[in-house]
Write a protein that binds this ligand. Structure first.
Ligand code: PLP
Length: 442
């Protein structure tokens, strides 16, 4: 009997004993290929000796200082690395994705205070989105399941517009330009409806992860949103907690989009699972307003810019650079997608395979032709998770109804340094698991 409060008091969870590369060894016996890096986290795989040594060395050198009094070398070096492409002016280091999102929301509010517009207190986010489980982050999330019991206390200063989800929401007669124009108009209308001078920021995941199985935006979408936001003095917060830090095949997923957010959040791939860490990145516009104004971000945590966490993330990022792993993702992205397309070609439940880089989603439908989902009761994704595990494959599944849309999908997000054989294994075992589930839910 254990005293840990698991995510579910009903489910049992296998104990993972150790990890090596893409593989986890289970206490019950056997190995599982961690094909989703947990939740798009373990970008350089498990058990990396170089990261372990860096952490050990840092642990005896300096593990903690409070940022009200001191800075530390690893934190400074990590912030420099995160900003050395010139896109952002400063990095604010925290311990998780949700903390990064809270920081981003607060920074947006404070930006407008510094600019003399304290009445800009509203956020516009999108349906079927997930930005974290703390109250601010959950308030902007459109994940109804995670919101439901907290709904009464979530912010009433947030509204949600349509996501850009072409597979489901683009009209059959509507081309990309018309679809994007419709979404831009919806954002414009919402800003006007709530009062243009009251909106602080528009919040969006560049590639939508947990709620939508790696839905990428239509061409021109983010640039069109940017134009609307700029017209109304609204900041853009880009959530790249799941899709960022190289997982898309570029450092930032927005680099595909001809747009750049004012404030960006990153987390999972930043520390690669070796340390709990996240970051908020701010551009010159935001930093200059802060520096010219009060000069002090009115926010902080005891463990922000934690030296040990920063050192771990720094080593992960150095390895990614030295081994050219983002370039490897870019090169191998199409072959990975092709593997999935070929392996799942005979599976009648496969509706769509989408995403970018090593951040691919497979959506399953009862009737792909008519885009009819499985019922929530069928539990397709939960079954698939179990079937895949029994085949030695760990995936990131999502199912049920989220903000009005019912669907089942899994995320495939292997480590950037997974071998060709491992990518073959993922496709093969996923196909076997899907066949089993299809037979079970007939
Ligand atoms: N934003 C996105 C897009 C996420 O996928 C997540 C986590 O799944 C979060 C924010 C929250 O991050 P964390 O779980 O580290 O608090």
């Amino acid at each position: 009997m254990t005293h840990i409060l698991h995510r579910s008091t009903r489910e049992t969870f296998e104990t993972a004993l150790s990890g090596e590369g893409s593989w986890l060894t289970l206490k019950a016996g056997g190995r599982v290929l961690d094909a989703a890096g947990g939740a798009a986290v373990t970008c350089i795989g498990h058990g990396n000796r170089r990261v372990a040594s860096a952490l050990a060395e840092q642990a005896t050198r300096l593990t903690y200082v409070h940022t009200a009094f001191f800075t530390s070398e690893p934190a400074e070096a990590l912030a420099d690395l995160l900003t050395d492409d010139g896109h952002f002016a400063r990095a604010f280091l925290v311990s998780s994705g949700s903390e990064a999102m809270e920081s981003a929301l607060k920074m947006a509010l404070q930006y407008h205070v510094e600019c003399g517009a304290p009445e800009r207190t509203r956020f516009i986010a999108r349906r079927q989105s997930y930005h974290g489980n703390t109250f601010g982050a959950l308030s902007v999330s459109g994940h109804t399941g995670r919101r439901s019991i907290y709904e009464p206390v979530l912010w009433d200063t947030v509204s949600h517009v349509s996501p850009c989800f072409p597979y489901h929401e683009q009209g059959t007669q509507e081309d990309d330009d018309a679809y994007v124009a419709r979404l831009a108009q919806e954002l414009e209308d919402e800003i006007v409806r709530v009062g243009p001078n009251t909106v602080a920021a528009f919040v969006a995941e560049t590639i939508v992860g947990a709620t939508s199985g790696c839905a990428t935006a239509s061409p021109g979408y983010f640039a069109a949103m940017r134009a609307v936001c700029d017209r109304h003095g609204v900041l853009m917060i880009g959530d790249e907690i799941m899709c960022g830090m190289g997982r898309s095949g570029k450092r930032h997923a927005w680099e595909y989009e001809n747009y750049r957010p004012d404030i960006q959040t990153v987390a999972k791939g930043l520390g690669g699972g070796y340390v709990p860490i996240g970051a908020m990145l701010i551009n010159d516009r935001v930093h200059d307003a802060l520096a010219a104004g009060s000069g002090a971000f009115v926010h902080g945590h005891t463990y922000q810019a934690h030296p040990l966490a920063a050192r771990g993330a720094l080593e992960v990022q150095r390895i990614i650079r030295e081994e050219k792993l983002v370039e490897r993702v870019a090169t191998n992205a199409d072959p990975l997608r092709t593997r999935l397309v070929e392996a799942l070609g005979n599976r009648h439940s496969v509706g769509d395979i989408r995403g970018r880089g090593y951040f691919l989603g497979v959506e399953f439908l009862a009737d792909p032709e008519a885009r009819i989902p499985y019922s929530s009761e069928a539990g397709f994704s939960a079954r698939l998770k179990a079937a895949a595990l029994s085949e030695g494959l760990a995936l990131y599944p999502n199912g049920g109804t989220i903000d009005g849309r019912t669907g089942d999908h899994v995320i495939v997000a292997p480590p950037f340094n997974a071998t060709e054989d491992e990518l073959d294994y993922i496709a093969e075992k996923l196909s076997v698991a899907v066949a089993k589930v299809e037979a079970a839910v007939q």
